[in-house]
Design a protein around this ligand. Sequence first.
Ligand code: NDP
Ligand code: 8X3
Length: 261
Amino acid sequence: MPSSLASKWVLITGASSGFGAAAARAFAREGAKLLLGARRIDRLEAVAAECKKLGAPDAQFAALDVASTTSVNAFADFARRHTDKLDVLINNAGGAKGLETVADGKDEDWEFMMQTNVLGVLRMTRACLPLMVKNPGSSIINIGSIAGRVAYEGGSAYCAAKAGELQITKALRLELSGTGVRVSTVDPGLAETEFSIVRFKGDEARAKKVYEGVEPLTAEDIAETLVWVASRPAHVCIDEMVIKCTDQAAIHKLHRRPVTQ
Ligand code: NDP
Ligand code: 8X3
């Protein structure tokens, strides 16, 4: 039986690595058509080429900086040049910078987290809504985090940003009531992507330590979930989903096995 996502248009932000790139590949396997955005265009080009090989009938990409309204609006124009309706919007671009306490926090880190995880979701959604409200059954899936639900030391701005994403998701679902547009949040826990490398500003050894002795989620685990959420029948909305690896019983309770050197 053909997938319900075959030939559907799926727009993914932050498709150059991690969850976004894995989601692009997973939707490609379903035969979906893709619109991929991020700042690293060389990475997007490689992901789009891979998606075509995996079965995407179309995989278009363009530079996107969700921290800029001009860039977001230009990306929406690019999307409109390919389609007049969007079936799935995945607001995935974002991340964390730094793990400092509030006392030691840096403006540029806070600004990155608010610009991408909060304002980026608002901007992208505003720009894409005209392509979705005329398409009942379409889905907006925002990537939140367990950090938006439980605070941790050094996570003030990131936790605040993801809590913001959760509230945006809830408000949007109310605003879109009656349009048939579904609004979901998928909130992962610890997953090994480039997330910690970005958080620790390129310090790969420090990033690696986050996952030491643990079997974290993979980008593919989340991609598979996104495909499942987007492929529910039109009358079914998965409001919220929290996904953690089995080793993470709670945000502060990680089961770590001894590491042999
Ligand atoms: P990655 O760092 O691997 O991916 C982040 C993606 O976001 C990249 O494609 C990056 O692309 C993109 N991005 C960052 N800033 C911008 C911007 N200004 N404009 C456009 N794209 C941007 O990490 P993940 O895949 O893990 O992160 C994806 C999402 O998942 C994030 O929202 C993150 O907060 C969330 N998350 C991650 C968890 C984890 O443990 N990994 C757990 C829970 C949630 P580029 O740099 O090319 O612009
Ligand atoms: C990323 C997961 O635990 O680093 O959203 O906040 S965590």
